[in-house]
Design a protein around this ligand. Structure first.
Ligand code: HEC
Ligand code: HEC
Ligand code: HEC
Ligand code: HEC
Length: 316
């Protein structure tokens, strides 16, 4: 507060002071919101260096939905139910269905930054190996700092499976709807809520882009073992997200869907807690910190013995 008062003296006007405070507070909130329009750079920018990933995205429902979803009969009914006129101009719909530009105008469907974080503040950090350095010669401390700094600026790294999954859940579990009243209006007017969203099934089909070095031209399929670790991290996120979301609305359909997700996640985590104690912690206290710790504990592990029977055999 002292800081604002000092600035207030310098600027010499309360109106300016208020405007400045609003700007700073708004900025602070935007940094961690993956859908924040003002901080999006757009998928075309990413394409300059990530052509293959962009090619995959163009084949997904996320991409194709942009030209279609607002024309859907159901869409018109849902927009009306929440008091809007047009889907592309309704703030609530923009939260999940569109990637917007600086002026908050929809530019595409859910895209790179919907999943990896609005990039304005991290795009120039995430690929900076340091002066004169390459991927191969960057030292470990620089790499760690780069990852940390990009994360602080809003980037969601693919290796942080729990955070990736929490972010999908915000849209796919309807947790990102700010207001419980709107959840009821959306569901009553026919908005889908798919309790069957599961990270492996939904990320290893049409969405899959895994051009990891050294085979950067190959979209690599996951092994069963890799899927098992991702599945467990995804279920931890399901539990944490659904436990939080369920408090938002008493709508029967909403409550039933969240309960279904919580029940599966509990079964899965109970099946692995014998070999991975961190799973027990998420069960007794479903917090983001515990979820993240579990995700780290299972990375690289083969848990097919414990969770193989739940792994998907077909993908979205
Ligand atoms: C100027 C080139 C460039 C642009 C533009 C660019 N990136 Fe990258 N990106 C890279 C490089 C190089 C790496 C590899 C960094 C490393 O080795 O860790 C990378 C890494 C990544 C990773 C992490 C990959 C991993 O293996 O963990 C993600 C996710 C990513 N970029 C997403 C994006 C998105 C989303 C955009 C657009 C908002 C974008 N990038 C724009 C060059 C770029
Ligand atoms: C919290 C995120 C979220 C918000 C907010 C949201 N949607 Fe959705 N919407 C989704 C997701 C996720 C799906 C896909 C569900 C599935 O099929 O798994 C979807 C699907 C739809 C569909 C069905 C599309 C199809 O292909 O059949 C329509 C129509 C729709 N939404 C309209 C709207 C409208 C209109 C608004 C604004 C009032 C809105 N949505 C707000 C997340 C959201
Ligand atoms: C639906 C969410 C989603 C969207 C949209 C998305 N990503 Fe990803 N991205 C992921 C996930 C999940 C992973 C982890 C990959 C895995 O292991 O399956 C990933 C991995 C990556 C990687 C590392 C793997 C690789 O291919 O090198 C890069 C780079 C990347 N994404 C860039 C992008 C860019 C650029 C776009 C837009 C053109 C994009 N992503 C769109 C979710 C998404
Ligand atoms: C910003 C919100 C948002 C985020 C984040 C998001 N999605 Fe989606 N996703 C949607 C919407 C909206 C649809 C439905 C589009 C439509 O039907 O028109 C959708 C549809 C899909 C579909 C197509 C489903 C089908 O039945 O055909 C898949 C697969 C998918 N998402 C996977 C993922 C995965 C995996 C992640 C996280 C790595 C993710 N999504 C993150 C909003 C989001």
């Amino acid at each position: 507060m002292r800081f604002f008062l000092e600035i207030g003296k310098v600027v010499g006007s309360r109106v300016w002071l208020l405007a400045l405070m609003i700007l700073i507070v708004a900025g602070a909130f935007n940094i961690h919101s993956a859908q924040a329009g003002p901080n999006n750079v757009g998928a075309k920018k990413c394409k300059e260096c990530h052509k293959a990933e962009h090619g995959v995205w163009k084949g997904t429902k996320h991409f194709k939905s942009y030209r279609k979803v607002h024309k859907n009969k159901k869409a018109k009914k849902i927009v009306k139910a929440v008091g809007g006129k047009r889907m592309k101009k309704t703030a609530l719909c923009k939260t999940c269905h569109y990637t917007t530009d600086k002026k908050d105008r929809p530019k595409s469907g859910p895209s790179c930054e919907s999943c990896h974080g609005a990039a304005k503040n991290w795009i120039n950090i995430h690929n900076d190996y340091g002066k004169g350095k390459t991927r191969e010669t960057e030292d470990a401390a620089h790499k760690a700092a780069r990852k940390k700094n990009a994360t602080a600026a809003g980037m969601i790294w693919p290796s942080e499976t729990f955070d990736v999954a929490m972010n999908c859940n915000g849209c796919h579990g309807l947790g990102n709807v700010p207001n419980g009243g709107d959840i009821a209006k959306m569901l009553d007017s026919g908005h889908p809520l798919n309790a069957g969203f599961e990270l492996v099934k939904y990320s290893q089909g049409s969405v899959r882009h895994r051009f990891y070095p050294p085979k950067v031209t190959e979209n690599q399929k996951m092994t069963k073992a890799q899927m098992s670790a991702m599945f467990v991290a995804g279920q931890a996120a399901s539990l944490v997200a659904a436990t939080k979301a369920i408090k938002k609305s008493k709508h029967a359909k909403f409550v039933a869907a969240q309960k279904e997700r919580i029940a599966l996640a509990k079964k899965v985590l109970a099946a692995v807690k014998g070999s991975v104690p961190a799973a027990g912690k998420v069960l007794s206290s479903p917090t983001a910190a515990n979820g993240r710790a579990l995700s780290k504990a299972v990375a690289g592990k083969d848990l097919t013995g414990a969770v193989g029977k739940w792994l998907p055999t077909s993908f979205k």
